[in-house]
Design a protein around this ligand. Structure first.
Ligand code: GRF
Length: 217
């Protein structure tokens, strides 16, 4: 990897929970499937189980204690860590805190999120529970850029997940996570390789990178 490609796809991953998506991304980098590097794994609380998964993988971790410090001070620490680490991408993987308008203005276009529904259906918390309760036959997963509104930014990729009759929460969670674990790294790869082109709200995927390819060969 040359210097510029490693810089271009250096990502900070933010988590709040078990970090299974973070672990898959880290493992896909290790296997060479996803170009780039992880600058650090950040969490809003020390108890996030994914921090241990990150440490086991030899990744730098950092806690920004939102509940103790309040959002503004914790976010200031996060911004400082992002600037100091030179992270180009901010990858949300189950991060449960809402980023401020100021944060989004500073890093806009470089923040990516994964949400466990086919947006704009079921935004917000417990999207899987919302989908089950509603009785949909198909739900899914969305990877999108983050803007000022929650679960609202331009969509990069979606994948449908069927909800057969009799599906319980546990089995739907399993299917959703399996879809997430495959879709997130593939979408980030396309994004890092510059394959997405902006057409208004639509992000169009090009087979060939429209600008010079700066990732790994
Ligand atoms: C995922 O379902 C993701 O879509 C949502 O939070 C969950 C995080 O799961 N934003 P994990 O911590 O990656 O296992």
């Amino acid at each position: 990897m040359n210097q510029s490609s490693s810089h271009l796809s250096s990502m900070a991953i933010l988590i709040s929970g078990r970090g299974s998506n973070m672990s898959v991304l880290a493992d896909r980098i290790t296997s060479g499937d996803l170009p780039g590097s992880i600058s650090f794994v950040g969490a809003d609380r020390e108890k996030a189980a994914g921090l241990e998964a990150a440490r086991i993988r030899g990744l730098a971790t950092q806690v920004f204690p939102y509940d103790e410090l309040g959002r503004e001070r914790a976010e200031n620490q996060l911004i400082q860590a992002l600037l100091e680490s030179g992270s180009t991408w901010i990858v949300l993987a189950g991060f449960m805190k809402i980023l401020s308008a100021r944060f989004v203005a500073e890093f806009g276009g470089r923040i990516v999120n994964i949400h466990p529904s086919l947006l704009p259906a079921f935004p917000g918390v417990d999207a899987i529970g919302q989908a089950l309760k509603y009785g949909v036959k198909i739900t899914g997963v969305t990877v999108h850029l983050v803007d000022r509104k929650v679960d609202h930014g331009p969509i990069l990729a979606q994948r449908a997940v069927p909800v057969p009759d009799g599906t319980d929460r546990e089995s739907l969670e399993k299917s959703i996570h399996a879809a997430e674990h495959d879709l997130y790294w593939r979408t980030l790869k396309d994004l890092f390789e510059g394959r997405y082109v902006e057409h208004g709200r639509r992000r169009q995927l090009h087979e060939q990178a429209p600008r010079p390819y700066l990732g790994l060969e």
